[in-house]
Design a protein around this ligand. Structure first.
Ligand SMILES: *[C@@H]1O[C@H](CO)[C@@H](O)[C@H](O)[C@H]1NC(C)=O
Ligand SMILES: *[C@@H]1O[C@H](CO)[C@@H](O)[C@H](O)[C@H]1NC(C)=O
Ligand SMILES: *[C@@H]1O[C@H](CO)[C@@H](O)[C@H](O)[C@H]1NC(C)=O
Ligand SMILES: *[C@@H]1O[C@H](CO)[C@@H](O)[C@H](O)[C@H]1NC(C)=O
Length: 340
C-alpha cells in the first residue's frame, strides 16, 4: 500500500470509531427520529379533510394548512396568521414534535421537518468526511457477475472495492460539478434512493390524445397525469445539475419533477432514429401537479407537421430516476399527433 493511502486509512478508521461516542451520536438518536416522524405526520395530515372524523378530544392536526383541534368527534379549524402554515415540526433537543403554525418557504418548499433532516445530515461527521464510512461500503460491487450459468451470456461487470468513490479519475472527462456540460462529463454523486416497486413513477398524456389533429400556430395545453412522483421539486439546473442523490418522501415517492418534449417527425412511418438535439418544444413542469395532472401551454402552437410528444421524469436535481427492478413498465409516456 502507498504510504499516504495507509495514513489516510488509519485516519478514516479512527474517525468513524470516535463518531459513536461523540455528542452527535447522543443527539442523533432522537433528532433523526423526530425529523422522520414529523415528515411522516405531515404526510398523514395531507390525507385529512375538514370533515375527517377524530376520536380524542383536543387531539391536534393540520388540515388545509390550518390548525385543527378535535371537538366531540370532528375537527374545528383555526386559521394561521398570514404567512404561516400548520405543520408538525421536530423538537430539536428532546424527543417529540410540536404541531402549530410555522413559516414555510414555499419557494423552496423546505418545511421545518425537511430543514431539520438536512441539518441532521450536515451534523453527522460522516456526511462531511472525505473518507468512506464502512457502514455504506457495498462489497457486492466486487462481484463481476460471472459464474452464474442460469442466465444467458452476459459480459463481465466492472468491479470496485471502494464504492467507486474515485471513479471519475479513471475517465478523461471534466467533473459535472453541478453544471450542464454539453460535451459530456463524469458525475461523482451517488444515484441515491431507489423507490420500491409500488412507487415507480408513471404517466399518461391526457392532451393531446394519440393521433390528435391540431391547428397550426394555435395555442394548446399539454396535460399529463402522473402517479408515484411528488412533483414540484426542481433545483437550479445551472448550478445544481445532478449534484445530489435522488430522495423520496414519507410515502416513498421520488421528490422531483417532469418534462414534456415534442419532436418533429418526417411522418408517423419514420424509421430513422430521432436527433435528441433537435426538438420543437421542451418544457420543464416544475410546479406541483393539480389533482395529479401537470399542464403547460404551448403558446403560439406548433408549425404543421407530424410530432411525437414524450414525458421525461426526473429527480429534483434533474437526475434520472432508477427503478428497483430491471423488468417494469415505462415511467414516461408518448403520443403522436398531427398539426395541419
Ligand atoms: C466546481 O464548482 C465550484 C463552484 O462553482 C468551483 O469553485 C470549482 O472550481 C469547480 N471545480 C471544478 C473541478 O470544476
Ligand atoms: C406559423 O408559425 C411559423 C413559425 O413560427 C411561421 O413561420 C408562420 O409564418 C406561421 N404561420 C401562420 C399562418 O401564422
Ligand atoms: C441558467 O443560465 C441561463 C444562461 O445564463 C439563464 O438564461 C437561465 O435563466 C438560468 N437558469 C436558472 C434556473 O438559473
Ligand atoms: C394557459 O393559458 C391560459 C390562458 O392564458 C391560462 O389561464 C392558464 O393558466 C395557462 N396554463 C398554464 C398551465 O400555464
Amino acid at each position: 500500500m502507498h504510504p499516504t493511502a495507509g495514513l489516510l486509512l488509519t485516519f478514516c478508521l479512527s474517525l468513524f470509531a470516535s463518531v459513536n461516542a461523540g455528542p452527535y451520536a447522543r443527539r442523533k438518536a432522537h433528532s433523526l427520529q423526530n425529523g422522520q416522524d414529523a415528515i411522516a405526520l405531515n404526510a398523514k395530515f395531507e390525507s385529512l379533510t375538514p370533515t375527517s372524523p377524530c376520536t380524542t378530544d383536543s387531539e391536534v392536526a393540520c388540515i388545509n394548512d390550518q390548525l385543527a383541534r378535535c371537538v366531540r368527534g370532528h375537527f374545528d379549524l383555526i386559521p394561521c396568521d398570514v404567512g404561516l402554515v400548520c405543520r408538525a415540526s421536530p423538537k430539536i433537543d428532546s424527543p417529540g414534535m410540536t404541531i402549530g403554525c410555522v413559516k414555510e418557504n414555499r419557494n423552496t418548499k423546505r418545511t421545518p421537518a425537511t430543514r431539520a433532516l438536512h441539518a441532521i445530515r450536515q451534523e453527522d461527521p460522516s456526511q462531511t468526511s472525505l473518507c468512506l464510512d464502512p457502514a455504506v461500503l457495498s462489497t457486492g460491487f466486487e462481484n463481476d457477475g460471472q459464474g452464474d450459468t442460469t442466465n444467458p451470456p452476459q459480459v463481465q461487470s466492472q468491479t470496485s472495492s471502494n464504492n467507486w468513490i474515485n471513479f471519475c479519475k479513471t475517465v478523461n472527462k471534466p467533473l459535472t460539478n453541478g453544471t450542464q456540460i454539453p460535451g459530456g462529463s463524469c458525475n461523482p454523486a451517488p444515484i441515491g434512493v431507489i423507490p420500491s416497486v409500488d412507487n415507480i413513477p408513471s404517466a399518461k398524456i391526457i392532451f393531446p390524445p394519440n393521433f390528435e389533429t391540431l391547428a397550426k400556430n394555435s395555442t394548446f395545453t399539454i396535460k399529463v397525469a402522473v402517479n408515484n412522483l411528488e412533483t414540484g421539486w426542481a433545483t437550479n439546473s445551472n448550478t445544481t445539475f445532478l449534484s445530489a442523490p435522488v430522495v423520496v418522501n414519507a410515502n416513498g415517492d421520488v421528490m422531483g419533477h417532469s418534462h414534456v418534449v415534442a419532436e418533429l417527425l418526417t411522418g408517423f412511418g419514420q424509421t430513422t432514429p430521432t436527433n435528441p438535439k433537435l426538438f420543437a418544444f421542451f418544457k420543464r413542469l416544475e410546479l406541483p401537479a393539480v389533482n395529479g395532472v401537470l399542464s403547460t401551454n404551448v403558446t403560439g402552437g406548433l408549425p404543421a407537421g407530424h410530432y411525437r410528444l414524450a414525458v421525461i421524469h426526473s429527480g429534483a436535481n434533474h437526475q434520472p430516476i432508477a427503478a428497483p427492478v430491471a423488468q417494469r413498465g415505462a415511467m414516461g409516456d408518448m403520443v403522436y399527433f398531427t398539426v395541419i
